[in-house]
Design a protein around this ligand. Structure first.
Ligand code: TRP
Length: 448
């Protein structure tokens, strides 16, 4: 049955849409700097293990919750466990969506400004100081980031406004393949630079002396963020997946793409960083300060910079669409507004949050939490606290509340797919994932 809510029409559409949500700033902007700060290769190994053992099972849980109920995430919990408090996991997800959108749209706005600068060939011939100065002036102007963030929000809302099949599915089917082609091209180019070896070995050769408990939590947070888990995005997209679809296959393809694109971005960025003698641990600015330096000195800097920032924008929009979609469906199903109206309201909420983040980055601004501006604060809060909490609830729900027979029938599409690996997945959901997340939290608060 195809309900009025909309479904993804084709398998490629499902993979493109889910892949579009998953592959985003998390892979290109966040992963390289987080990996750089956490020791490179060791971090990547842990990140891949956590993705397999914890994240993929959570993705399958979210898909099943969504597809079996075909509702927004709050209503989905309420339908599977009526009259209980589980629906608060749905509300937490809505809150998390705004916390993520609050900084996501700002960084995406930066990408647009840098795309403009790349198009005007602004990096060429600049010194490192000039490039840093340029970045700081841009951020502290306030109005420039505000304009680009607004442009980005309008573009994202427009896709959600157009609907599941005509908006989300259609644009992802165009943007995602374009993205992959551009990224592979870039990688081939940067790996041919001098110094590429050092960069590649920074990412591929483990140095275990950098390993602490926090490395694991950072890897978990990065993995959840990167795979869009823990806040109901995959519950919502899962609700658009057809009953006949093999969800193991979708999750497997998407997870592989996600890890692949993250590592690939690392392989684009670090060789370039090393070949121009820049420090790999430069935080959220890595992409925006160090890379323009690289572009300024590089032969083909013009075209490479245009492609790179174009990529960043494409990746960002297909992800922010999924965040906006989660809240939009909630509003239009629960408050009986049209999808279009609901999308506009969410855009407005996002705009307000984004402006707060931008104001908090102005020089001398008093909007700071724990000494951090809101962009860094929201970035940490969402990935390292809110998503793991949401993810923990989701696996506990799936493993211990969702009726096992019903869950199995849903996940295996009525015993058609993945019946053999189902017991392993169920074990990971019921025991491994909750234990791992709990241990990492206990470590965070200093209990272990
Ligand atoms: N996964 C996206 C990225 O890597 C961001 C994102 C989109 C997200 N939807 C999400 C993160 C839902 C957490 C939850 O950039």
């Amino acid at each position: 049955m195809v309900s009025k809510r909309g479904t993804f029409a084709s398998r490629f559409g499902v993979v493109a849409a889910v892949g579009g949500s998953v592959v985003g700033l998390g892979n290109i902007w966040r992963f390289p700097y987080v990996a750089g700060e956490n020791g490179g290769a060791v971090f990547i190994i842990i990140y891949i293990c956590i993705s397999l053992l914890v994240s993929v099972p959570i993705m399958l849980s979210e898909f099943s919750i969504g597809r079996s109920t075909k509702r927004n995430s709050m209503r989905a919990f309420n339908k599977l466990a009526p009259g209980t408090k589980w629906k608060f996991v749905g509300y937490l997800g809505i809150l998390t969506a705004f916390v993520i959108l609050a900084f996501y749209c700002v960084i995406a706005g930066w990408a647009l400004e840098f795309l403009r600068e790349a198009l005007f060939n602004n990096f060429a011939g600049k010194t490192a100081e000039q490039i840093t100065e340029n970045f700081n002036m841009f951020v502290s102007s306030g109005w420039k980031p505000a304009i680009w963030t607004t442009v980005f929000i309008i573009a994202s809302v427009a896709v959600v406004y157009a609907g599941v099949e005509k908006g989300i599915e259609r644009y992802n089917k165009i943007f995602m393949p374009l993205f992959v082609v551009l990224l592979v091209g870039l990688m081939l180019y940067t790996l041919s630079l001098d110094g590429a070896k050092e960069g590649a070995s920074f990412l591929l050769k483990p140095d275990f002396s950098k390993l602490t408990g926090r490395t694991f939590l950072n890897a978990l947070g990065q993995s959840f963020f990167s795979m869009s888990l823990g806040m109901g995005a995959m519950i919502t997209y899962g609700s658009y997946i057809k009953k006949e679809e093999n969800m193991f296959r979708v999750a497997g393809m998407v997870a592989a793409t996600d890890v692949f694109v993250a590592v690939l971005s690392g392989l684009v960025i670090f060789p370039a960083v090393f070949s121009f003698g820049i420090s790999p641990t430069s935080g959220p600015e890595l992409v925006f300060i160090t890379l323009p330096n690289v572009f300024a000195q590089m032969g083909a800097g013009y075209i490479v910079s245009v492609i790179f920032f174009m990529l960043l924008f494409l990746a960002a929009i297909t992800s922010s669409v999924s965040l906006i979609e989660v809240v939009t469906v909630y509003i239009y199903e629960e408050m009986r507004l049209s999808r279009r109206r609901a999308a506009c309201y969410v855009g407005l909420g996002t705009f307000i949050m984004g402006m707060l983040s931008i104001i908090s980055q102005l020089p001398g601004s008093s909007i700071k939490i724990g000494g951090q501006n809101l962009v860094s604060f929201f970035d940490h809060l969402s990935s390292n606290i809110m998503l793991p909490i949401g993810g923990l609830f989701i696996v506990i729900f799936t493993g211990w509340v969702f009726a096992p027979a019903k869950f199995k029938a849903e996940l295996t599409s009525n015993f058609k797919y993945g019946v053999k690996i189902y017991p392993i997945v169920y074990f990971l959901i019921k025991f491994v994932a909750p234990v791992v997340i709990t241990l990492l939290f206990l470590n965070l608060i200093g209990v272990i």
